[in-house]
Design a protein around this ligand. Structure first.
Ligand SMILES: [Zn+2]
Length: 128
């Protein structure tokens, strides 16, 4: 099945993915730093590089464990982004890896590294 995306669209997703990856890497560095140096007084209040979901959490009190689990999640996302970039190159980007149907564009816009269409993703969640 041919990719549902035009080359120009693929390029724009590649850019989005590269930016996302750069941002995540920045976050990872920063969070690893914070998790490893908890004894340092909270100085910065600089949240510009922190993902939104972290800014929403009471920033004072999230504990080290929570930060570390976020780092784990971000590493998973990083892997998914790398995977998606490979699929951009191979031309299978935007195609569900499970059923071979095109992934809906709103989903790709929300999660540019999505590997499965929403139906398959839901199925998998149900199955665990
Ligand atoms: Zn699917």
């Amino acid at each position: 099945m041919a990719s549902a995306l035009k080359p120009a669209e693929l390029e724009s997703y590649r850019e989005v993915l590269l930016k996302l990856r750069a941002r995540l890497r920045g976050d990872l560095d920063q969070m690893t730093d914070e998790a490893l140096r908890r004894d340092q007084p909270d100085s910065s209040g600089n949240l510009s590089n922190v993902p939104l979901h972290m800014a929403d959490v009471g920033t004072e009190n999230y504990d080290q464990e929570f930060t570390l689990s976020l780092i784990e999640n971000e590493q998973v996302v990083l892997e998914q982004i790398n995977d998606a970039l490979v699929r951009v190159d191979s031309g299978s980007f935007g195609i569900c890896d499970e059923c071979g149907e095109p992934i809906a564009k709103p989903r790709l816009q929300a999660i540019p590294y999505a590997k499965y269409c929403i139906e398959c993703a839901r199925e998998m969640e149900k199955r665990g």
